[in-house]
Design a protein around this ligand. Structure first.
Ligand code: GDP
Length: 297
């Protein structure tokens, strides 16, 4: 189960306080130490943990927690609020272009869930907003990616633009956008290639595609299971592209929580959606406060 260990340890750290009427300095310090360790073990990035703990200390001081009434509950609330703030406070809606089509480009490592997410998101918009999306298959390096998108498109009755694997992805995107204009599609999704690791050639290709398509959204797809690596990868993509948001996938797995908690801080970009399964309907809007409550258990 996602966050299992983290939830367990955080609630233990806080229970040490809630069992008490008043909180003494050393109790608070001990709990904060425990929270800090729990976060580090959950793979939250070191810099993020440091900032997080410093913020809690500051807030606890401001709230005159020590020796005050309802102090334990106040600490729990501060931790809850800080977790929420860390993940972005409010849900962040998709950017929408004033003129159709709104162009949404995906980026991320191979296997992160880009292709799956394109189909999920296109389906969500089709179902909820009666949108008429077009999905462009621009991952020419993994032939199965094109087939995968075509199969999904067929199942969900969403058109896919593809030109196989022999055409340069930049050209595919140009042609796909033309097709979308001709067909008056209101959303265009660009499924791009990934690699096992970030490399220069991939980044150049993605930058070129972004220049050609001027996307309204560049969504970084991050596998929540990849922990500390996820933050490094996010940093790499964030340096190369003007990301507008993040989709965190595989939250149905037993992620320790690091990516969910660090990614906003590392990229400065909101998590907009979470993938919670392999089915087309397993995509949800990300609500930082709900996720904080889920993590705190
Ligand atoms: P891409 O290489 O980035 O396009 O990744 P894919 O979309 O092909 O996804 C890689 C694998 O992860 C596939 O087997 C997907 O079914 C799976 N996957 C994607 N999103 C999720 C998710 O939210 N939960 C689970 N359990 N699996 C997912």
């Amino acid at each position: 189960m996602a966050f299992e260990n983290l939830t367990d340890r955080l609630s233990k750290a806080l229970k040490n306080l809630t069992g008490k009427g008043k909180i003494h300095e050393e109790d608070l310090q001990a709990s904060l130490r425990e929270i800090r360790l729990a976060l580090l073990e959950a793979d939250v990035s070191y810099a993020t943990v440091k900032k997080f703990i410093a913020n809690i200390k500051e807030k606890a001081k401001g709230a005159e927690i020590l020796d005050g009434l309802n102090a334990p509950q106040q600490v729990v609330k501060i931790v809850n609020d800080e977790l929420t703030a860390l993940m972005g406070e409010e849900a962040a809606p998709l950017n929408k272009s004033e003129k159709i089509p709104t162009v949404i480009m995906m980026a991320g490592l191979q296997g992160a869930g880009k292709t799956t997410t394109v189909a999920k998101l296109a389906y969500k918009l089709k179902k909820e907003d009666k949108a008429r999306p077009l999905m462009i298959a621009a991952d020419v390096y993994r032939p199965a990616a094109i087939d995968q998108l075509e199969v999904l498109g067929k199942d969900l009755d969403i058109p896919v633009f593809s030109e196989g694997t022999d055409v340069d992805p930049r050209e595919i995107v140009k042609h796909g956008l033309k097709e979308a204009k001709a067909n008056k599609n209101d959303y265009v999704f660009i499924d791009t290639a990934g690699r096992l690791q970030i490399d220069e050639e991939l980044m150049t290709e993605l930058k070129d595609i972004a220049t050609i398509a001027s996307p309204d959204e560049i969504l970084l797809t991050v596998d929540a299971m990849t922990g500390q690596n996820a933050t490094e990868t996010a940093q790499g993509f964030s340096d190369a592209l003007d990301l507008t948001g993040v989709v965190l996938t595989k939250l149905d797995g037993d992620t320790r929580g690091g990516a969910a908690l660090s990614i906003r801080d590392v990229t400065g970009k909101p998590i907009k959606f979470v993938g919670q399964g392999e089915k087309p309907t397993d995509l949800d809007v990300f609500y930082p406060d709900r996720m904080a409550s889920r993590i705190l258990g």
